[in-house]
Design a protein around this ligand. Structure first.
Ligand code: ITT
Length: 193
C-alpha cells in the first residue's frame, strides 16, 4: 500500500454543523487538503472536549472503515466557572446568547475562550487529538451578523470587533478552529512525506 492510500489528500469531517464545514473547508484549502463531509452523528460521551473527540473519532472510523476527523468545541467563560464549555451546543439552543448576557450582567471580569479539539482516527490506529484555543472576552451585547452561535458575543483578544463582525476568511485567520485544524494539517502532512 502506498503512502497516498494511507494518507489521502481528502479527509472526511463528521459533523452536523454546516458552519463548521464551511470554516474547515477554507482552512484546509490553505494546507492543500480537501474536506469531504458526512453528517452522521455519533455518541457524545461525558467528559472534556478531548474525551468526546477521541471517542467520537474512533467510533466513526470503525463504523465507516475509513479515516475521519470530528470536532468538539465550545465557549468557556471564566466568571461562570468555565460554563457552558462542553454544554455549549445545548446552552446555545436553550438559553441562547440573551441568556448568557443575562448571566453576565454586572460581571466585570468578562474573560472567555473558545476551544476546539479535533479528533482524528483511522480503523487501524488509535485516535489523535489537536487542541486550538483563542482567548478574548464577552461583549456587553451581541454585535455582528457573520459567523454563528456565540460569535456575536465574543471579542477575540486585541480586536475591537467580535467574531460576529468578521467575515469567514478573517475569523479563519486565527480562530480556535483554525488553530486546531492547522495543528492537525501540519501533523498529517508531516506523515505523508
Ligand atoms: P457536531 O457535534 O455535529 O460537530 P455541534 O454544533 O453540536 O456539531 P459541538 O458539539 O462541538 O458541535 O458544539 C459546539 C457548540 O459550541 C456549537 O454548537 C456552538 O454553539 C458553539 N461553538 C463552537 N464553535 C463555535 C464558533 O466558532 N463560533 C460560535 N459558536 C461556536
Amino acid at each position: 500500500m502506498t503512502k497516498s492510500e494511507h494518507f489521502p489528500l481528502s479527509i472526511t469531517f463528521i459533523t452536523g454543523n454546516q458552519h463548521k464545514v464551511k470554516e474547515a473547508r477554507g482552512i484546509f484549502e490553505k494546507f492543500g487538503l480537501k474536506l469531504e463531509h458526512a453528517d452522521l452523528g455519533y455518541p457524545e460521551i461525558q467528559g472534556d472536549l478531548a474525551d468526546v473527540a477521541r471517542y467520537g473519532a474512533k467510533h466513526v472510523a470503525e463504523r465507516l472503515n475509513k479515516p475521519v476527523i470530528v470536532e468538539d468545541a465550545g465557549i468557556f467563560i471564566k466568571a461562570l466557572k468555565w460554563f457552558p464549555g462542553t454544554y455549549s451546543s445545548y446552552v446555545q439552543e436553550t438559553l441562547g446568547n440573551e441568556g448568557i448576557l443575562k448571566l453576565m450582567s454586572n460581571v466585570e471580569d468578562r474573560s472567555a475562550e473558545f476551544r476546539s479539539v479535533i479528533g482524528y482516527c483511522t480503523p487501524k490506529t488509535e485516535p489523535e487529538i489537536f487542541l486550538g484555543t483563542v482567548k478574548g472576552h464577552i461583549a456587553p451585547k451581541e454585535k455582528g451578523k457573520y459567523g454563528f452561535a456565540y460569535d456575536p458575543l465574543f471579542y477575540p483578544e486585541g480586536y475591537d470587533k467580535t467574531f460576529g463582525e468578521l467575515k469567514r476568511e478573517e475569523k479563519n485567520e486565527f480562530s480556535h478552529r483554525r488553530r486546531s485544524l492547522e495543528k492537525f494539517a501540519e501533523w498529517y502532512k508531516g506523515r505523508m512525506v
